[in-house]
Design a protein around this ligand. Structure first.
Ligand code: 6GU
Length: 238
């Protein structure tokens, strides 16, 4: 897959996606990642890419023309163009699976207060990674590209690593354990030590179901009747 990012800050995307699994996917050619900087498509002495918002207000707005020219440079017939913006469709695993089917993704990253609204029709999709505000689309691009890259066949060693995992089946995944069998008095669930593959699979699916019902009853998937809405998630317990 080829991915290009239209961004004023290519290093914000390039650096985090040079490590670990995605870094290797790039060196092995599963993922080609390129960058195009709107600043390189300006013509004034100061290479201006932003200006004050019409109607007043704080912050600066990215001008349409440099973004348009940068996009024009990388966009091909088969490109799927994604505008990263907090008002976009919420990114989730289903969206990652959709994007993993594309040959060429182009991400447009806004910065400052956003991009001139008139570039929006240039995109095939507007995407947000959640209901909070980032300084720009670049961290969101890292998140989306990471989630998509690991779905490219060959990127993960075991093909089924993406089959049983959290969200793909509409459930959270059962927890994982490794050696030692007893760590500081805490034992690994006996089913996992049984060597009985059927028992292990049953433990994992049962545990996944319970965990999802308790922590994320909002998730799709087979949810037990006793699901209780409004439960606070683990990370927020006092
Ligand atoms: Cl895609 N961009 C910005 N600036 N903030 C966000 C976002 C994107 N997704 C969530 N917050």
């Amino acid at each position: 897959m080829r991915v290009d990012a239209v961004t004023l800050f290519p290093e914000m995307i390039d650096r985090p996606l040079s490590e670990s699994i995605v870094g290797r996917a790039r060196t092995e050619g599963f993922l080609e990642l390129g960058f195009v900087n709107p600043r390189d498509f300006t013509e004034d002495r100061h290479r201006t890419v932003d200006d004050k918002p019409y109607g007043g207000g704080t912050g600066m707005v990215m001008m349409a023309e440099p973004v348009y020219r940068a996009l024009k440079k990388v966009r091909k017939k088969n490109s799927f163009v994604i505008l990263l913006t907090p008002k976009g469709r919420r990114f989730d695993q289903a969206a990652a699976l959709e994007l993993a089917e594309k040959k060429h993704l182009v991400f447009i990253c806004g910065h400052y207060e956003g991009i001139d609204e008139r570039v929006t029709p240039l995109a095939d999709m507007e995407l947000s990674i959640g209901d909070y505000v980032l300084t720009g689309g670049e961290p969101a691009a890292v998140v989306v590209i990471d989630a998509v890259a690991r779905l490219i066949p060959g990127v993960l060693k075991k093909d089924d690593a993406t089959v049983n995992e959290t969200f793909t089946g509409g459930l959270l995944e059962a927890p994982h354990y490794t050696r030692p069998g007893v760590w500081r008095g805490k034992a690994v669930p006996p089913a996992l030590l049984s060597g009985n593959h059927k028992l292990i699979a049953e433990w994992r699916s049962g545990t996944a179901r319970e965990l999802t019902a308790k922590e994320r009853p909002d998730l799709a998937g087979p949810v037990p009747a006793e699901k209780k809405p409004g439960g606070r998630s683990k990370g927020f317990k006092k």
